[in-house]
Design a protein around this ligand. Structure first.
Ligand code: GCU
Length: 428
């Protein structure tokens, strides 16, 4: 009885979403941006100016964090106890320079708890090293061609080629995203790399918040008002925090020096993870765009309305209130960056990635500056203003916020990694 009604309602929603996506025309013309005023990170909801670190930490930061939680990403589950099991280990990885392990981390202590699989590379030389932690799109086996890395058995996106078959990963996918994960360079620079397939935490499709850790924490989710229930980005971020819980127990890694990194939707995720969990010492947003580093009010390229239509499961349902209505949102994305202050933050854009609004990503970093300065650091540095967006391939990396516009497409490249490693050398 119930099911056919539910299915036909779902079909109606899906087809109207598809129509809205078809009808959407992105604006790329600066002259056509409607007038807007950015919410001030340094004025409280009661209209009081925030003039010292105490007022920021005790009043304003919690207000902004609350607004991102209830209006944008959604309220996630409370941290759960974790347990782990080492799945395999290769002590001669990366030409004998690294130890490679896979470790399952379980959300909860019960035997049947849901798990995510960490792929961990640590340099053989060095103990207690700093690490980069980031989610990957295709499965750990796509990060490096090494045939001893396990092939994910979880749901994967259909790549429409031989690397996936009916949403299952195949052997042909091994190493296919290696260009995004220059493991040898990271190891040579003295860092560990930890990566997890994001689908282990929450499969990336809209099923009404049923699968992944939505299902695991169903009872808890039902206590949260529907509009505020966590979306997939908050779920992935939650997984990153539980991975950090595990790293705190891993003797080969210094968990107080972990940089959380992500590309695109996973860049939105690294920002929210770093904003919500202050244990992350550094945060990297690579081409994160709308709902990530880019200012929503500019509505250049992808907009809030468009992202909520194409990806209804990424944010909480309250975020749809701001579809074509960005000015009504109590926060904008510069405040997401400000939540990371005074910790190290690197925002990167790509010149051809207009959909993600490179200028909006840069301006966001500029407008997070006042909070960084209030907390005694220099943000992007003293000479950088909204008018001085750097030319392609000229990184700004002297301050506590780094930024570059790479020449080229939406991607995570070796060039990007070199900038992050240089920045991390100074910051970690
Ligand atoms: C789409 C989406 C972006 C997202 C990107 C990605 O292009 O519109 O918001 O960042 O996918 O994650 O690859």
């Amino acid at each position: 009885m119930f099911r056919p009604v539910f299915l036909s309602a779902l079909l109606i929603i899906l087809s109207s979403n598809a129509q809205a996506q078809k009808d959407f025309v992105a604006n790329y013309d600066e002259a056509r941006i409607s007038e807007f005023q950015l919410p001030d990170p340094l004025t409280t909801d009661a209209g009081e100016p925030v003039t010292d670190a105490k007022a920021w930490t005790q009043v304003r930061r919690p207000e902004i964090l609350r607004d991102f939680t209830t209006e944008v990403f959604g309220r996630g589950p409370q941290p759960c106890a974790i347990r782990h099991e080492v799945v395999n280990e290769n002590r001669e990885a990366i030409h004998g320079k690294a130890i490679r392990r896979e470790v399952d981390v379980f959300f909860g202590e019960s035997d049947d708890a849901h798990s995510m699989r960490l792929l961990i590379y640590t340099p053989k030389a060095g103990q207690n090293v700093p690490a980069f932690l980031g989610l990957n799109f295709g499965g750990n086996h796509t990060v490096d061609p090494d045939p001893t890395i396990s092939l994910t058995t979880r749901w994967v996106r259909d790549r429409k080629n031989e690397t996936t078959k009916k949403h299952t990963a195949t052997e042909a996918g091994r190493g296919t995203s290696a260009s995004r994960w220059p493991v040898e360079m990271i190891i040579d620079r003295g860092y560990a790399l930890v990566t997890i397939y994001y689908g282990d935490i929450d499969p990336d499709f809209d099923d009404g918040f049923e699968n992944g850790i939505h299902g695991v924490f169903r009872t808890e989710m039902e206590t949260i008002p529907p509009g505020q229930r966590w979306g997939s980005i908050a779920a992935w971020s939650y997984g990153l925090s539980r991975a950090l819980d595990y790293l705190q127990q891993d003797a080969s890694i210094d968990a107080s020096r972990v940089a959380v990194i992500g590309h695109s939707r996973l860049g939105k995720t690294s920002l929210w993870a770093g904003a919500a969990d202050e244990r992350f010492k550094m945060v990297v947003s690579n081409n994160s765009g709308c709902g990530g580093a880019a200012l929503s009010r500019r509505a250049i390229g992808e907009t809030v309305g468009r992202i909520n239509t194409s990806f209804p499961h990424w944010f909480c349902d309250n975020f749809t209130k701001y579809n074509s209505n960005e000015n009504a949102c109590p926060v904008d994305q510069h405040q997401l960056l400000a939540l990371i202050a005074p910790r190290a933050l690197y925002v990167a854009s790509a010149s051809e990635d207009k959909w993600a609004d490179p200028k909006g990503e840069f301006l966001s970093a500029v407008h997070a500056g006042p909070v960084y300065r209030l907390l005694g650091t220099n943000g992007l540095g003293d000479k950088i203003t909204a008018e001085t967006m750097p030319a392609p391939d000229t990184p700004i990396n002297e301050g506590k916020i780094g930024y570059h516009l790479r020449n080229g497409k939406h991607d995570l490249t070796e060039y990007d990694w070199r900038q992050y490693l240089d920045f991390a050398d100074r910051q970690l």
